[in-house]
Write a protein that binds this ligand. Sequence first.
Ligand code: FUM
Length: 589
Amino acid sequence: MSFPFETYTYDVAIIGTGGAGLRAACTAAEAGLSVICLSKVPPTRSHTVAAQGGINAALGNRLPDRWQWHMYDTIRGGDWLSDQDAVGFMCERAPAAILELEHMGMPFTRDEAGQIYQRAYGGQRTEFGKGALAYRACAVADRTGHALLHTLYAKALAAGVAFASECMALDLVFSEDGACRGVLSWVLENGELQLLRAHKTIIATGGFGQAWVATTSSSICTGDGGGMILRAGLPLQDMEFVQFHPTSLYGTGILITEGARGEGAYLLNREGERFMQRYAPSFMELASRDVVARAMAIEIQEGRGCGDKRDHLHLSLDHLDAAYVREKLPAVMDIARTFAGIDATRAPIPVVPAVHYTMGGIASNAQSEVIDRHGDAVPGLLVIGEAACNSVHGANRLGCNSLLDLVVFGQAAGEACARSIRPRMPHAMLGRDALEKPLAHLARLREAKGSASPSALRRKMQGVMQVHAGIFRNAALLEEGVDKLRGIAERFRQDLRMDDRSLLWNHSLLAALELDNLLLQAMAAMESALTRTESRGAHWRQDFPTRNDEAWLVHSLAWFEDERVRCGTRNVRMVSGSDQVFLPEARVY
Ligand code: FUM
């Protein structure tokens, strides 16, 4: 196999141009470092653009709030699996991170006093869970991710960040001593392969929600960073924890923001009952997402779903003031009208839970350094955003902590680069064989001569994940899921069909590369779910329906050896910079 490639050198290479990648790029470039951001799509099409309801910070603009209450809610929401040093860092830095965004020009919605508007979100209260609802989600109406992404992109351009759009990251490139020295990428528009040499490579590639059929994640969310990590023999962490957002628009998977419930919308079953009173009498529709999604699944399973097929529920906003809904939730109004023909101020929106966020991801420490399965940092390699499991979100993420995670850890990763790199310092030597494995991987897929198309295999995998790694799990379901995924992976290895062998906008090759990444992560998720014999957060085992802190207050690790998933564990970091540590309690909403 011979592939010509060009080499380009930067101080920092960032894979992904969502909120995390752009936030890191701004800080690194402002420190004088040369930075390249590469992405499959133009930056403003990154999936962050789809985030709707807000970004958390204890600003206390509406009611008094404290970052320690935010920290407690995050740890309780995560069912005590969060690494508490990372959570403390994120919640303490949140107010400053929001003010920085405001100063960059992010057009936050304002309250009557002209301050940043904050709304309520699920699982969040004051006084360490015992007080009133917390109003913590800073919002730009219900298009917060859109505003964030455009603000950061403008800032990154002004800071001199270079962009390589419509480029697929193929694999990380390591030197013999195990340090990451950059990334090999494929430029779709001209077919060039590029070795981007960098002192620090930052993975910001997002989650792998596209492994399921019903998902709010856009089609680009194929977890390409996680795939590269597994091919490099490094571990992923907590892959069994997958968040189902309670309200996706029935039949489409499009997100209907939790901000709607934060503004007073409620859920009804076919009998017109506000059924959440039976599942979470205190928090109701603003219980944490895992609790609400399970309640909805039970309502549907027990025949109380709406419509002829009884397969969805109703989100009702029609009791709210119509002008208020139009002002605060314009995207909800647009989505309901465009995709369901509904005026949400007059009729309920049909909704079902859909995969929304993958809490698991690339194992990392609180400094965002990628770690190996012994906990040692991999030199030169950082990970931020949904791709990372560092682990602030534990077993279940709170709404509006995702955008916060992106900007806080994005900025911290940029700062880490600025601390450790002198601008334009020389690059280490790289042996000729460093590209051997990445190029062989590309060649194997490009030359495939079998009969199964990447899209057919992707659909099969999505179907398996939907049925076998859904809201409710048990050993028999998961074992069958493991077998089916192994079969699909075998077919992918032995019988893949590649119709187009060019390197110019080759969509089949792109689909095969994405499927490879998805399949590896789907297998890691299914086997991790089978291994964890307890229920915690979003991972619900019907055969082990309680949390078991004695055996399972640990992170799971999953990596590949001889094409098989291997599983291990890592301790939860129950320490924090402020000496504030929250010990496990019963999790009641
Ligand atoms: O529902 C939402 O607005 C989603 C927010 C989030 O996932 O953080």
